[in-house]
Design a protein around this ligand. Structure first.
Ligand SMILES: Cc1cc2nc3c(=O)[nH]c(=O)nc-3n(C[C@H](O)[C@H](O)[C@H](O)COP(=O)(O)OP(=O)(O)OC[C@H]3O[C@@H](n4cnc5c(N)ncnc54)[C@H](O)[C@@H]3O)c2cc1C
Length: 380
């Protein structure tokens, strides 16, 4: 990942007011920001959670209408408050948005909406957290801005002509918004499969799968997959462990879907999409398809270009130990595989959140991080 960091003048401008002081700032009020908020509130810490959006649970509100979780309600709870309803059902994204909204209210967490953070930089030994019109000075900052930030679209997308409607999966909401005609969904992950299946009820749908993902059933012998991952301890295997490394290599697993199931819905499967021109997409086996709409279910990348602190290696990868960086008082939370497979999941982020909250509480009484910082820990 290469990062182009804006010059300071581009992103912080002139603050009209003198910066406010808060000992701890959490950037991002999604599940990760709220989970650490819970622990910080329990410690009686003075902190604020800044979120760019104008509503709570913004990331979930922006996902497609019928999104159904791959984790059952039993495994969707943040610390201290069970996810409501029958624990073995699979909630939809509206329920998650409602749950997170209630969560912040229930624990009276200090979330400030409409507060996009444009920059964080070190200034006189503290961090200056820069918003559009003000700044907050802080000794400790937690970056909890999410594992899925910037939509990733392959370069071939530029070959499509204006006659072809194209969008990233993050812009897809419902079949009603997709014009009549043939749809190609590109990307064989959970998102691509769910969108292709939904659209098959109203459109002719094709799915391009670049590298087929390892398939796992949603339920085994009547139990949810995550029950097994939890009970066997696999969900808590660390990124650096042998099993953890193997799991990361197969991280993109298709949960509860299969090519055969999709074909039953009438979806035609193709190999990798390798080229596009006008309204025609070419696949790796040389076949071509005329399409009206292309939906790129091709994932996301991290974007921390607004962070002006020395926590990245030459490739732009965050260097950290379980979210603790070499810049004292600066932490990450909610990164994919920050520590375990559960690090970026609703029901498991609490483990890292508690760990970082303890680091925050020990800050000042600690000369150096508990464990040596490991370079190049995989986080992207
Ligand atoms: C399609 C999809 C399905 C998923 N399904 C599941 C599932 O079934 N079960 C599960 O456990 N997990 C699932 N996940 C994974 C994960 O739980 C979610 O991605 C979750 O939203 C991550 O929470 P977060 O708090 O880390 O980040 P986010 O929810 O992305 O929250 C980040 C917050 O930071 C704010 N923000 C970002 N940048 C700034 C800034 N510069 N300044 C201020 N605020 C900022 C945003 O407004 C946002 O509110 C899914 C993810 C996707 C994409």
């Amino acid at each position: 990942m290469t990062r182009t960091r804006p010059a300071p003048s581009e992103h912080h401008g002139n603050h009209r007011a003198a910066p406010e002081h808060r000992p701890i700032v959490v950037v991002g009020g999604g599940q990760a920001g709220l989970a650490i908020g819970y622990f910080l509130a329990q410690q009686g810490s003075d902190f604020v959670i800044l979120d760019a959006a104008d509503q709570p649970a913004a990331a979930w509100r922006q996902r497609w209408d019928t999104l159904t979780l791959f984790t059952s309600a039993r495994y969707d709870a943040l610390p201290g408050f069970a996810f409501p309803g029958e624990p073995d059902r699979y909630p939809n994204r509206a329920e998650v948005a409602a749950y997170l909204t209630d969560y912040a209210r229930r624990f009276d967490l200090p979330v400030r909406l409409n507060s996009p953070v444009r920059g964080v930089r070190k200034s006189n030994g503290t961090y200056l957290v820069e918003l559009d019109d003000r700044g907050v000075e802080s000794e400790q900052v937690v970056v909890a801005t999410g594992p899925f930030q910037a939509p990733a679209v392959p370069p071939i997308a530029t070959g499509l002509g204006p006659e072809t409607v194209q969008m990233h999966s993050s812009a897809y909401r419902s079949p009603r918004e997709i014009p009549d005609g043939r749809v190609l969904v590109v990307g064989g992950g959970n998102t691509g499969y769910q969108i292709a299946e939904e659209l098959a009820g109203s459109h002719e749908v094709h799915l391009a799968v670049g590298s087929p993902q390892k398939r796992l059933p949603q339920r085994i012998l009547g139990r949810d997959l995550f029950w097994y991952l939890d009970k066997t301890g696999l969900i808590r295997k660390t990124a650096a462990s042998r099993i953890g490394r193997r799991m990361q290599a197969n991280e993109d697993t298709l949960i509860g879907s299969s090519p055969r199931g999709l074909r039953r819905h009438g979806v035609e499967l193709h190999g990798r999409a390798v080229d596009a021109g006008g309204s025609r997409v070419s696949f790796i086996d040389g076949t071509q398809l005329e399409v009206r709409t292309v939906i790129w279910a091709t994932g996301f990348r991290l974007d921390h270009s607004w962070l002006d602190v020395p926590v990245f290696d030459a490739q732009g990868t965050i260097v950290h130990q379980r979210g603790v960086t070499e810049s004292p008082g600066l932490y990450f939370l909610g990164l994919p595989w920050q520590h375990t497979r559960g690090s970026a999941l609703l029901g498991f982020v609490k483990d890292d959140a508690e760990y970082i909250a303890n680091q925050i509480s020990a800050f000042g009484s600690r000369a150096a991080p508990e464990e040596p910082i490991r370079k190049h820990e995989r986080v992207v």
